[in-house]
Design a protein around this ligand. Structure first.
Ligand SMILES: *Cc1c(COP(=O)(O)O)cnc(C)c1O
Length: 397
């Protein structure tokens, strides 16, 4: 992560091809566009790389989650199970369609704990939304079994783990629907952008229409198209798609670099007996976007994280205290600080999370330090960083 570190001539070339035609919109203007269809080409590349039948590009990862939920018919009052450790986009997308976020504990995979998911299911539950945080995945086969038993949808948020796999399948392609973000700091970027992938024809067709005001995309006259149902505008522009097209061509190179850098760091930290690593479910291959490790307790983790920062080891995160990625700082959600009224369903059904017991999540996230794996580190830099990290960790034990 982040793909912008290695921008080059290919990104420029694709963007220039769009600017040369002047057609910045992904739909229409067939005569003017000189056969440049960057969004379409990127969707095709995503289908091929992710081994799925359909991909719908949208304007962000948050939009992708929203469109995925809407496309599967999720709406007001439906409950969506999501983890306590994730980015705020998880509950933003759920609330955007009037559905209710149900927060559930994570385990030592740092993703949804299947046993906790099972306990949270009610008759209103519609979706289980695992978030493959920091480059590694939830136990998808356990979650799939739960979903099958209870007739629920499995929606994978693979925004932070693009390129990882589970049981040989690319992350995002295992569930009923999968989502990616191509925002500026993700492994591959469009500047801003996102995608929904699925093998389900209906969800795809719904996503295609819903993300463009409900346009049915039949014929070649936009104004004459009909609108079978209500939609919204979550379109991506050709300029953004052009950058993404250049980046996806390099995804496997990026993953190789991530794995190489991750391995050097991990080997250095593995020499410290007190340090343990985040569990990767059997059958899973990480994207190596982050290295996640556990310190023996919360106090040591906090102290070590501060010491790393002071020593100039950047890009290490202590998510437990982070404003955006852990439930403890989501008072805008727990206190329902919305600008206008939220729907009655959300107000009635949202649990009082100020009183919730997420000590099982705290046990893991409180001890976790996450190190972003950069693409631009030189071999020398990464070895230096590995030695420095190991030294600081030892000093703080
Ligand atoms: C980045 C991210 C998103 C949202 O993506 P945007 O493109 O920034 O809207 C959603 N989920 C996770 C886990 C993310 O990391």
């Amino acid at each position: 992560m982040p793909g912008f570190e290695l921008f080059g001539d290919n990104e420029k070339k694709h963007v220039e091809e769009v600017l040369d035609t002047g057609v910045l919109m992904r739909y229409g203007f067939d005569g003017m566009r000189n056969n440049q269809w960057k969004a379409l080409a990127l969707e095709k590349a995503l289908c091929s790389r992710m081994q799925v039948k359909h991909a719908q590009l949208v304007s962000s990862g948050t939009a992708a989650l929203t469109v995925a939920l809407a496309s599967a018919g999720v709406g007001a009052g439906d409950e969506v199970i999501m983890p306590t450790f994730t980015f705020v986009a998880s509950f933003e997308s759920i609330l955007a369609i009037g559905a209710v976020p149900i927060l559930v504990d994570v385990d030592d995979t740092l993703t949804l704990a299947p046993t906790a998911v099972e306990k949270a299911i009610t008759e209103k539950t519609k979706v289980v939304m695992p978030v493959h945080m920091c480059g590694s995945m939830a136990n998808l086969s356990a979650l799939k079994a739960i979903c099958n038993n209870h007739n629920l949808l499995l929606l994978e948020d693979a925004c932070q783990a693009i390129g990882g796999s589970y049981e040989g399948k690319p992350l995002g392609s295992y569930g009923d629907l999968g989502c990616f973000s191509f925002d500026y700091v993700k492994t591959i970027t469009c500047g801003e952008g996102g995608a929904v992938i699925t093998n389900n024809e209906t969800y795809y067709s719904n996503a295609d229409h819903y993300s463009d005001h409900g346009h049915d995309h039949v014929g070649s006259d936009r104004g004459a198209e009909t609108h079978p149902f209500l939609g919204y505008n979550y379109r991506i522009s050709e300029l953004h798609a052009a950058v993404g097209l250049a980046q996806i061509e390099r995804l496997d190179d990026f993953l190789g670099i991530q794995q190489k850098n991750y391995t050097i760091l991990r080997n250095a930290l593995a020499t410290i007996p007190e340090v343990t690593f985040r569990r990767v479910p059997e059958g899973g291959v990480e994207s190596y976007a982050f290295l996640n490790f556990f310190m023996p307790d919360e106090t040591t983790a906090k102290k070590t994280h501060t010491a790393l920062g002071k020593a100039g080891v950047d890009a290490c995160f202590y998510w437990f205290d982070n404003n955006w990625h852990y439930y403890r700082k989501w008072e805008h959600l727990t206190q329902l600080k919305s600008l206008g009224n939220l729907s009655q369903e959300v107000r009635n059904q949202l649990q009082d999370y100020t009183k919730a017991d997420f000590s099982a999540s705290d046990h893991w996230v409180g001890r976790n330090i996450s190190c972003l794996i950069k693409l631009s580190w030189s071999t020398e830099e990464i070895h230096e960083r590995a030695a420095k990290m190991a030294e600081i960790i030892r000093e703080n034990l």
